[in-house]
Design a protein around this ligand. Structure first.
Ligand code: ATP
Length: 270
């Protein structure tokens, strides 16, 4: 397999998008601290729905709670998408799960090793993390609002780069996925377009079954780490219609947990 880097090219992405190219306004940048931060600034001024910022080199990528996301020059696919919603923040429940679903679908077009989902929005292959998503939203509860959906996906990481990450990781090269980054970005955007059109019209319930079918932790013993550092144990029972995680913890009815501050951990891999 060739190790030459395919640099990002907005025209190649548009060509790959075909009949949904009109839905996106794609910009490629050489270097950004964080695509989410840059796109957030433009979203607060005039940027249109479907604006995409893809970067070759992101040097201060963010995860949840200020954690770091590692991107490497030529070895990552790193981009953010601006999505505007006229019915406010209340209509965006489950959006981060929908974004995860879109990325997993795109990867699965090319992979023999199934990409699956970890609540709320990581993409795993064999319990190792292939991609992460950070959704940041602003606006009115019921009026105009927007979300920046930031996606980082590992294409090819060196051993030294992997050692800098404090959890199990995987990249496309290891999975023998050879699709170019431009085509992969086009596929992610195409799947995002398809899942979003369902989500905008019917909400998360219309995508819930598909999400659950790809849930890597379904039926597994898990721990939930809450913001107050409390750990709760139980069995992952999927997600409810709002995208909240349902934990079967011995009570008759599963308890629903939601919010960007909660971490899910597997207790057994059996
Ligand atoms: P949690 O496990 O607590 O739910 P998370 O795994 O979803 O959180 P995020 O905040 O989404 O974490 O992402 C940041 C974390 O992802 C980092 O703390 C690091 O462990 C891991 N990470 C950072 N860069 C990469 C990468 N390129 N590939 C895989 N994992 C990464």
């Amino acid at each position: 397999m060739s190790k030459s880097v395919e640099w990002m090219d907005a025209n190649a992405v548009s060509n790959g998008l075909g009949d949904v190219a009109h839905a996106y306004d794609i910009r490629i940048s050489d270097s950004e601290a964080s695509t989410n931060e840059t796109l957030m600034k433009t979203a607060l001024s005039s940027a249109v729905d479907g604006s995409v910022l893809c970067v070759e080199h992101q040097y201060a990528g963010k995860g949840r709670r200020g954690r770091q996301w590692l991107s490497v020059l030529g070895g990552s696919l790193t981009f953010s998408v601006l999505l505007r919603f006229e019915r406010g923040l209340q209509s965006m429940g489950g959006l981060s799960l929908v974004a995860g679903l879109a990325v997993a679908r795109a990867v699965n077009r090319h992979s023999r090793h199934p990409a699956r989902l970890k609540w709320p929005n990581d993409i795993l292959v064999g319990y190792r993390k292939l991609a992460g998503i950070l959704v940041e939203a602003q606006g009115d509860m019921n009026g105009s609002a927007f979300a920046i959906v930031g996606i980082g996906l590992n294409v090819r990481l060196t051993d030294t780069q992997r050692e800098g990450i404090d959890q199990a990781v995987i990249d496309l090269a290891e999975m023998d996925v050879t699709v170019g980054r431009n085509q992969l970005l086009a596929d992610c955007l195409r799947e995002l377009h398809m899942t979003l059109s369902i989500f905008r019209e019917h909400g998360f319930p219309a995508l819930r079954d598909e999400w659950m079918a790809m849930d890597a932790y379904s039926g597994k013993e898990v721990s939930l780490l809450l913001p107050n550092t409390q750990a709760i144990q139980g069995v992952d029972c999927g997600v409810d219609n709002t995208g909240a995680l349902m934990l079967c913890d011995g009570n008759a009815i599963p308890t629903a947990y939601s919010g960007g501050e909660i971490s899910l951990r597997l207790r057994t891999c059996g």
